[in-house]
Design a protein around this ligand. Sequence first.
Ligand code: TRP
Length: 469
Amino acid sequence: MTQIIQDSAASAASESAKSHPMWSSRMAFILAASGSAVGLGNIWKFPYITGENGGAAFVLVYLLCIAIVGIPIMIAEVMIGRRGGGSPLQSMRKLVADSGLSSRWKWLGGMGMLASFLILSFYSVIGGWAMTYVGNSVSGNFVGATTEQIGAIFGNLLGNPGELLLWHTLFMSLVILIVARGIRSGMEKAINILMPLLFVLLLVMVGYAMNTDHFAAGFSFLFSPDFSKLTTEGVLTALGHAFFTLSLGMGVMMAYGSYLPKQVSIVKTAVTVSVLDTVVALLAGLAIFPLVFANGLEPGAGPGLIFQTLPLAFSQMPGGVLFGTLFFVLLVVAAVTSAISLLEPVVEWLEEKPAISRFGATLIAGLSVWLLGIVTVLSFNVWADVTPLAMFERFEGKTLFDLLDFVTANLMMPLSGLLVAVFVGWFMSKQITEGELKLGNGLALNVFMFVLRYLTPAAVLVVFVYNLL
Ligand code: TRP
C-alpha cells in the first residue's frame, strides 16, 4: 500500500517535473509572446495589405480590431492556458471538468493544435524565402538590378522545388533545434537575443527611412486617414489580420500561457504584447513606405511588396547591400520566433504522453511538419496546376498551398477565436475568470466580460460568415 502511494507520488512528481516548466519571469513571457506575435504578419503582410487598402483609414480600423477583438481573445487564451496548465487539449479538458461542461469543448484546444501544425508547414517555406533573400542581398545580387531581374530572382526561386526544399529544411531544422531544448534553455535563450536584435534592426531601418526625402509621404500614408479609400473588404481584412498578427486562434497563446507563473498579471501582459506587436507593425510600415515612395514604387503591389518591390529600392540606394541584408535578417528573426511558437502546442501535447521526451516530441512534430511542408514547396512548381477544389468557382486556380492558407486563416482561426470568446464569456465559470484576472471587484471585469460576450463574437462572426460566402 505504502509502496503504491510512494510510486504514484513519485510518478506524479516526475510527471509534473516533466511537464511544468515556467518562464523565468514576466519579461520572459512578454518576449516569447511578442516573439510569437511579431512575425511575417508584421513585416511582410501588414505593409502590403495596408498598401492595397489605401493606408491610414485601414490602419485605424486595424487598430480598433486589435483593441476590440485581439486583446480580449488574447487575454482569454492566456487565461485558459495558465489555468489549465497543459497543452491546449489538456487545458481545455481540465477547464471543462472544473466548470462541469461537456467534454466536447476540449476539441477547441485540439482544433487550435491542428491549425498551428498546418500553418507552420507553409510558414516555414516562406521563412525559407526570407533566408534566401539574406543570401541574395549579401552577395550583391540586387545591386543595380532591374525590375525584371528582381522579378526573375523571385520567379526562379518559386520555380525550383529543390531550392525551396533546401531552405524549408534549414528553416525547420533551426526551429526544431530551438524548441527541442525546451522552454527555458532553448526558447527563452534564443528569444532573449533575437527580440532585442529585431528591435535594433528595425530602428536602424526606420532611421534610414527618416533620412530619405520621402519619410513625410510614408508617414502621412500611414497616419492621415482618407476614409473614401476604405472598403468593406478592407474592414474584413483588418479584422482577419488582427487575429493572425497576435497569434490568436491556434492554441499558441494557450500553450505559452501554460508556462506563465501564477503571480503575473494576464491583462497587463496581454496588453503589453499587443501594443508591442502593433508598434512593430507600424515601425515596419514607417521603414518600408518611405522607400517605396522614394523609388516611385507602388504601395499596392501585393504580396510581392517586400520580396520584389523592396529589393528594387535596395538595388538603387547607397548602402543597399547593408540595409537589404539587415532587412531580410530582420525578417528571418521574426519568422523564427513565430515558428517556434507554432510548433510548441503540438510538442507540448506529445510531451504529455509518458513515453515521449521533450526531444522526441519535438522531433516527431518537427519532422511531420517538415513532411507536410513539401506540399507547399511543390504547390509553386510541380503541383502548380493541382487545384483539387477547382469545381467550386471560388476555389478556381487555388493550389494546395492556397487551400491550406484558406482553411487555416479563414476558417479555423476565426472559428476557434469565436469559440474561445463564447467559451470564456458564456460557459466557463466566472470564478475562474475572476481568480485568474484579478481585476478587483467591479467595473473592469464587467467591461471585459461585456466585450468578450457581445462585441468580440459579433465582430468575428461577421468576418467568418463573410469569408464563407
Ligand atoms: N503572429 C505571427 C505573425 O504575425 C504568425 C503566427 C505565429 C501565428 N503564431 C501564430 C498566427 C499562431 C496565428 C496563430 O507572423
